[in-house]
Design a protein. Structure first.
Length: 180
């Protein structure tokens, strides 16, 4: 009986893994995939706050690891609705907490985020792309919403998830593919 149960579990897992991989592949905008066809997922995880699921995250790269010298993409699939204002405020607060102290810079970055972030609904996907020495590009529902051409902004923004001091260290570990 245990052997049959194990086989059924393995079968269900093996069926689910390709489906999950296909979902992730659809999270990357076609325009992005056409720029670098060798994008592959590095890791994935879930962001929760006091037990509430906020979003699922996937980290993609053409390189085998995130080094800061090669592009990578972070896809967030939202589990609930959020206003653009809330996304912007939270992002700026986190960049400040992680060390950006210059208020003039944060004010400029706030305006850039307000320009590129839409309101999101449950199931929406925002993809942020880190372009070394260039900045960041953002996609919503597969369409480019804008770019922020500031490498310092891009490092600070993606640090929200990838900096060792992130508020979500377990998610960071999973995104970087280091989780067992």
């Amino acid at each position: 009986m245990r052997a049959i149960r194990r086989i059924l579990i393995l079968l269900l897992v093996s069926i689910g893994l390709p489906l999950a991989a296909n979902e992730g592949a659809r999270a990357l905008p076609e325009a992005l995939r056409s720029q670098a066809s060798d994008w592959r997922p590095l890791g994935a995880g879930e962001m929760t706050w006091f037990g509430l699921r906020l979003y699922d995250a996937q980290l993609w790269s053409a390189a085998p690891a995130v080094t800061g010298t090669a592009p990578y993409a972070l896809a967030l699939t939202y589990a609930r609705d959020f206003s653009a204002e809330r996304l912007v405020d939270t992002s700026v607060d986190e960049m400040r907490r992680l060390g950006t102290r210059d208020e003039a810079t944060l004010t400029r970055w706030r305006a850039e985020l307000a320009r590129v972030f839409p309101d999101v609904r449950k199931g929406d996907v925002i993809v942020g792309v880190y372009w070394p020495e260039r900045g960041a590009a953002f996609y919503h529902r597969g369409q480019l919403t804008g770019e922020v051409r500031d490498p310092a902004f891009a490092r600070a923004f993606f640090g929200i998830w990838l900096d060792p001091r992130t508020r979500a260290p377990e998610l960071r570990t999973r995104l970087l593919g280091s989780a067992s």
